[in-house]
Structure formats: structure tokens, C-alpha cells
Design a protein around this ligand. Structure first.
Ligand SMILES: *Cc1c(COP(=O)(O)O)cnc(C)c1O
Length: 732
């Protein structure tokens, strides 16, 4: 047998597993058993990571898929292997259960936990109508439609069966109290997905709770259909409860023993109420509901806090769940309200429960998602200022570095091992490596071509669709009689993220005349490529999106055709990956300090794309003057109205003026000093990859978990911890 063939067989072996889970997902028996043993071990030495949304499209990144592709295995007579091929090589495999940064961060985090062998399981909900699908019409703006997808037809999801009732799905029972203290039960099926490590030697299971089954009450089924369904307060409250209250029943049903619960945002915080009640039952006995005093509750909360790690993601008010107390009297027990009355009080709004306040009170560690966000969070929650620390977000470098760039890194000797350890960039001497610079320029150009061709095809297909559908093509260029295309190698600015007012997508179009004059004076061509969804209930967000469409014609005409602004509908991870690698700069124009971290800019940076950004979120840490990109806009102290989203406080005039002052410098560099522009890219690789990756971030979280790790894992984690300290003052 040739060595190659032997290797091939060895690789196939990796995918075989006698456990039906293992063979379903493509991990070996040994790997499956060792991870599962850890997660079910009586010592509870593992973490349950709870998130309302998880974004991890197998189409964008999946190690099993990558290995099959690298091996050039396309077909196999081996039945199990053929199943894996079908599962991972024929797409799309997207699970549309994420809305934006929070979900994508969760997915990236879980992938890094898997890569670094941290014992974690994840819990989220399964939304059968997903997050909505976005259509965009030039007259109407965004049109939202439920996404139709079916977990039954999604081969990367495994529906758990009931060990006591073989052949039937496992159903977990989640207790609810409804209509004034009436006990009800919600039932959920459980779908499992694995985030597998890059080497297929570890995994993190995700459990997605699916309440849309006949045995659940109709109101539960409905509340679980769409992510962030906010058509009514009660719908929203129920969706939160369906996440938080299911964690313990789920873990119990599967024998999972995690002693630490990580709340990725406060959405799942209801778990603390259950834990407090359990603790009271244990200490006070069966009559605890009548006997418990406020002091008992506070003491129990202190105990429970030892289990909870909490990450707060935003200073924006809409991100903090508040519910009317009167609503809660209708949907919970008296005992629950007694706890909430003590722990979820809201000084600003005494008639409401504040669930951010609850999460703030009941935890062992709480972190913000960047240094600046830490300072803002401390200001917002002065009572907890001391315990609020920073763990700056990251992105999963293996997911977000474009395939072409990754290939270049793979063949660069000084970058050996970059896949396992993004820290290798710190010491790589690339700055004067002419060969590397040239190759980087070449792959960047190719990634730009891919993006521009995608857009040009899109413009044509929208034009054709117009004949068949009632949708007016979103882009001006699809309406013109003569075909107008975007050109490659033209300076391309990318902007893509959720459309929220504070993100100010339209900031740089505040003064089209000024913008056009800058381009006309120098005959500079610019492509502006925009994408993003506004939450279906966010009318102001939708207005901003419509404004982008409305500016297209004016900008094109005033700039005499130099500026072309296009909008790509249906933003998702796939479009994100193409954009961050294909543009020449990544624009971020939020109102400081409302962008707690932002991660799309990191995705650009790790591809070497310089950021053009307001000094907010992660950029405060990733910006190095003259080296990694540019800053513009207000940078002064945080003031009273800094946290307001009121239109009058959004600083459009000031910050757009600052952008127009900066723009000529950026364009001069791009069009006249290509070498210097390329140096910015190199600097981003060297300075920002080692920091803004989720391996480093996961390692910082591990510090908060108190896990007992084996020596090998512990030393690897220590290595990642050394890459950066989000909290420089912290003693270790
Ligand atoms: C990365 C990402 C985001 C987050 O972008 P921000 O800059 O943090 O707002 C949102 N949506 C998708 C699809 C992403 O990939």
C-alpha cells in the first residue's frame, strides 16, 4: 500500500464510530466517548454555554468538510463516509437561527472551545421560522419574510431519541407557571449539532430546543417559532423563559453535569430563579415556598452566583430585557415574584423587572466585551463597577480568514502552525518579505474579483427577477437601461452589520455634495458595498436602510459616475466572509460608545483589511496610528447623552465631517502608494490576528470558569492567555 493510500485510510478511520452520534457527525468513537464522559462526569467539571442564538454555518466553515475536500474524497462505497460526504459537501447547510454579532460570536466561541479542548456544551433554541429572510425593494425598502427551513431536512442536525422509549424523540419537560400561578408544562424536542475541532479530536455539542411540537401548548409553540419575536411583550418574555427554564431539565435528561453556567447575554437568566428555588428547597425543606424569607433568598442567590458567569454585550437600552411587573404576575408563581422583587429591581423604572440587573446581581464573574465597553458598563451599573471586567471579543480565525489567504499562510514558512496558534503572527517577519507582500496583494485582488463579480451577477439577476416577481430591484443600477457594472480594482469600501440607528449606516452619505466633490477633484472611483438586516420591529432601522437605497442615484449622478453604492440583500455569514476579504477597507461608523465591541471589523483585520472606523468597541484596542487603519469621529469623554439613541444626539454632522476630512488621505494611499497600503495589511496580520481571535478570548473566559484542566490543555490555554490581557490591571 502506498503511503498516500495508508494516510487516506487513516483519515477515513477518523470518521468511524460505533456510536450513532459519532458516525453521524464524523468523530471517532474514542473522541466521542472521552468528550461525553467529561460532560457527564459527576465532578461537574464543565461549562454550559447559554445563548439565544448561535451562528455557525457549516457552509462557511466545517472541519469535516475541509478534510473531505482536502482529501479530494467526493464519493465513497463506504456507507458511513458517503453519508458524511452528502452531509457536508452538498449545501446549503445554513441553520438560519442567528440575527447578528451575538450569534456569530457564540458560534465562533464554541469552535474555539472545541479547538482548545475546553469541556463545554451549549444550549439554545431552535426557531422553525428562523430569523427572517430579507427581501429589499427600491420603493418599499426591507420586506421581511419568515425563513422556511426544516430541521428534519437539515442533515447536520441530529434529533435525540428517548432511551426509555426507543424510536421516539426525546421530549424534555419544562415547567411553566401561567395565568396566575397555574402550573403548565412545555415540551421540547432536542436537536444536537456538534462544533468539531479542526483536527476532529474534540467537539462541543449544541442542544437546540424545539418547542414547536404538538405536546406543547400553542402559546409556547408560537413563541418559539422566530428568533427575537417581539410582536408582544409576553411573547418576548416567554421566549426568554423557554431558554432559561429549560437548561436544568435538559441537563438532567441527558446526564450533563456542568457546574458552571455561562450566560451569553442575559436572555437565559431565568435559570438563576430555578437554581435559587432548588437551593431553598434543599435548605428549608418541602415547605420552602411558604417559609422563605428575603434573607433566605439573598443567601441562596449568593450560593447560586458561584455557578454563573455572565457576559454583557451592549450598552444599548433595547438590549436589556425589561418587563412590566404586572405582566409577570400573570405568568409566574408568587415565589418567583418574591425573588424578582429583590433581585430584578429597576431604579429607573420601578414598575418593571430588569433582567440585566438580575444577571448583574447573580454571578461569580461578569465581563464586558471590550475595554471601552467595560468603562461604559461600570458607569451604567455603578453598584457592580468593581466586578465588571473586560474580555474583548474575538473571531474564529479559521472561519473568517479567506480560503485564498489561508492557503498563502499555509505555504509561508514563518507562519507554520498558524492554524493552531494565531499567536505565531506576532513574531513572523513578514514586513520586509517582498514575496509574501506580493502574494498577499495577489490573493486580495482575487478576493476582490470574487466579490465584485458576485455583485455584478446579482445586479443582473435582480433585473431579470423584476419581470417575474413584484419586487423592484433594490439597486439603482438594476433599473438603468444600459448595464452599469462595478469594476474590479476600484477602491471598495465595505459596510455590513445589523441596521440599528446607533450604527449609523448612512453617516457617510450625510453630505453627498461634499463626498462627490472629494472624488471629482481627484477623479477617484469608489465602490460602496453595503449589507445588513433591520429587526422586523425596528422601524427606525428600516428607515436607515431605505435611505441607503435612496442615496444611490444622487451619489452616482453627482459624482459623475465615480461613486457606485450597492446594497446586497440577505446578509449572512457567507456574504460576510466574502465581503470582509474582498473589500479594501472596512467601514464602521457607530455613535461612540454604543458599539460595545463589533466583530465584523476584526474579520476584515485578520484578512489584512484595514479598518476605517470611529474609535469605538474593539477598534480602541486594534487601532495603531498610521499602522492598522484610520479613525474618525467624536472621541471625547462619555457624557450624559452619549448613551442616547435620540436622533438629536447622534452627531451626524460632526462625525460625517470628520470622515470627509479623512477620506482623501485614505484614497491617496490606495491609489498612489500601493506599497504603503499593503504595509497596513501586513500590520493587521501581525498586530491584530494574535489578539482578536476567539482562541485568546476563550482562554480568557477559562480563567473565569475555575475548571480543572489536564496539563496539556492547561498549558495551551496559558499560551493563549499570554497573547493579550483585555484587563491589563488584573492580577494573575
Ligand atoms: C460578524 C457578523 C455580524 C457582526 O458584525 P458587527 O460588526 O459586530 O455588527 C453580524 N452579522 C453577520 C452575518 C456576521 O457575520
Amino acid at each position: 500500500m502506498t503511503a498516500e493510500k495508508a494516510q487516506h485510510n487513516k483519515n477515513i478511520e477518523k470518521f468511524h464510530c460505533s456510536s450513532k452520534f459519532g458516525s453521524f457527525f464524523g468523530v471517532s468513537q474514542q473522541v466521542f466517548d472521552s468528550v461525553w464522559d467529561r460532560l457527564t462526569s459527576p465532578d461537574g467539571n464543565s461549562v454550559a454555554y447559554v445563548s439565544m442564538e448561535i451562528g455557525a454555518d457549516p457552509d462557511v466553515f466545517h472541519p469535516v468538510k475541509t478534510i473531505l475536500q482536502q482529501q479530494k474524497i467526493r464519493k465513497s462505497s463506504d456507507k458511513e463516509l458517503q453519508q458524511l460526504l452528502t452531509k457536508y459537501l452538498s449545501g446549503p447547510r445554513k441553520i438560519p437561527n442567528y440575527s447578528g454579532g451575538l450569534g456569530v460570536l457564540a458560534g465562533d466561541t464554541l469552535k474555539s472551545f472545541a479547538d482548545t479542548h475546553i469541556p463545554v456544551l451549549a444550549v439554545s433554541l431552535l426557531y422553525r421560522e428562523g430569523y427572517f429572510s430579507q427581501f429589499v425593494d427600491s420603493e418599499v425598502g426591507q420586506i421581511d419574510q419568515a425563513t422556511s427551513w426544516s430541521p428534519e431536512d437539515t442533515p447536520t442536525l441530529f434529533k435525540l431519541t428517548d432511551p426509555e422509549n426507543p424510536g421516539h424523540p426525546l421530549e424534555i419537560t419544562v415547567p411553566f407557571y401561567n395565568e396566575y400561578d397555574h402550573h403548565t408544562e412545555a415540551k421540547a424536542q432536542v436537536w444536537m449539532k456538534l462544533e468539531v475541532s479542526e483536527k476532529l479530536d474534540y467537539f462541543v455539542p449544541e442542544f437546540l430546543l424545539d418547542y414547536a411540537i404538538p405536546s406543547s401548548p400553542p402559546w409556547v409553540r408560537e413563541a418559539g417559532l422566530r428568533l427575537y419575536n417581539a410582536t408582544s411583550a409576553i411573547m418576548k418574555a416567554n421566549q426568554r423563559r423557554m431558554l432559561g427554564t429549560a437548561i436544568l431539565p435538559l441537563m438532567q435528561a441527558l446526564g450533563l453535569t456542568a457546574q458552571t453556567i455561562h450566560l451569553n447575554e442575559q436572555h437565559g437568566v431565568a435559570v438563576t430563579l430555578q437554581l435559587i428555588l432548588r437551593h431553598l428547597e434543599k435548605t428549608l425543606g418541602p415547605a420552602y415556598r411558604v417559609e422563605m424569607t428575603d434573607a433566605d433568598i439573598l443567601a441562596a442567590a449568593q450560593k447560586v452566583a458561584q455557578k454563573i458567569v455572565y457576559t454583557i454585550h451592549t450598552p444599548v437600552k433595547a438590549g436589556h430585557d425589561r418587563f412590566d411587573r404586572s405582566l409577570y404576575t400573570g405568568i409566574s408563581q408568587d415565589t418567583c415574584q418574591q425573588i424578582l422583587n429583590l433581585l430584578a429591581t429597576d431604579e429607573e423604572s420601578p414598575s418593571q423587572y430588569n433582567f440585566t440587573a438580575l444577571a448583574m446581581r447573580v454571578n461569580r464573574a461578569v465581563n464586558s466585551v471590550s475595554r471601552l465597553h467595560r468603562d461604559v458598563t461600570r458607569r451604567q451599573f455603578p453598584d457592580f463597577a468593581e466586578k465588571i471586567t473586560a474580555i474583548t471579543n474575538g473571531v474564529h480565525h479559521l472561519t473568517w480568514i479567506s480560503e485564498r489567504r489561508a492557503k498563502l499562510f499555509d505555504t509561508t514558512t514563518t507562519l507554520a502552525g498558524w492554524r493552531d496558534d494565531p499567536g505565531v503572527f506576532t513574531h513572523a517577519l513578514l514586513t520586509h518579505d517582498k514575496g509574501f507582500c506580493k502574494q498577499l496583494a495577489a490573493v486580495w485582488q482575487q478576493d476582490n474579483q470574487v466579490l465584485i463579480r458576485y455583485i455584478n451577477n446579482m445586479l443582473i439577476s435582480h433585473r431579470n427577477q423584476m419581470i417575474e416577481t413584484w419586487i423592484n430591484p433594490p439597486n439603482y443600477f438594476s433599473h438603468l437601461h444600459d448595464v452599469v457594472e462595478l469594476s474590479e480594482n476600484v477602491f471598495t469600501i465595505g459596510f455590513a452589520r445589523r441596521f440599528s440607528t446607533y450604527k449609523r449606516a448612512d453617516l457617510i452619505f450625510d453630505n453627498i455634495a461634499t463626498l462627490s466633490d472629494i472624488l471629482l477633484e481627484n477623479n477617484w472611483k469608489v465602490n460602496f458595498v453595503f449589507a445588513g438586516k433591520a429587526h422586523p420591529q425596528d422601524e427606525p432601522g428600516k428607515t436607515v436602510l431605505k435611505l441607503i437605497l435612496d442615496k444611490q442615484e444622487e451619489l452616482y449622478k453627482r459624482s459623475n459616475g465615480l461613486a457606485k453604492l450597492v446594497f446586497i440583500p440577505g446578509y449572512d455569514m457567507k456574504i460576510a466572509k466574502m465581503m470582509v476579504a474582498g473589500v479594501h477597507t472596512w467601514l464602521n461608523s457607530p455613535k461612540r460608545p454604543l458599539e460595545a465591541s463589533g466583530t465584523s471589523g476584526m474579520k476584515a483585520a485578520i484578512n489584512g483589511v484595514p479598518n476605517l472606523s470611529v474609535m469605538d468597541g474593539w477598534w480602541v484596542e486594534g487601532y495603531h496610528e498610521g499602522k492598522t487603519g484610520w479613525k474618525f469621529g467624536y472621541e471625547g469623554p462619555i457624557q450624559e447623552d452619549s448613551l442616547s439613541e435620540d436622533p438629536a444626539t447622534l452627531l451626524y454632522k460632526e462625525d460625517s465631517r470628520s470622515f470627509y476630512e479623512l477620506l482623501p488621505k485614505v484614497l491617496t494611499l490606495f491609489y498612489e502608494q500601493q506599497d504603503k497600503y499593503l504595509q497596513l495589511a501586513i500590520n493587521n496580520l501581525l498586530l491584530n490576528i494574535p489578539i482578536f481571535n476567539t482562541h485568546r478570548m476563550a482562554a480568557e473566559y477559562v480563567r473565569k470558569y475555575n475548571l480543572d484542566l489536564n496539563e496539556e490543555t492547561a498549558s495551551r490555554i496559558t499560551g493563549f492567555q499570554r497573547l493579550y490581557r483585555s484587563e491589563p490591571a488584573e492580577k494573575h
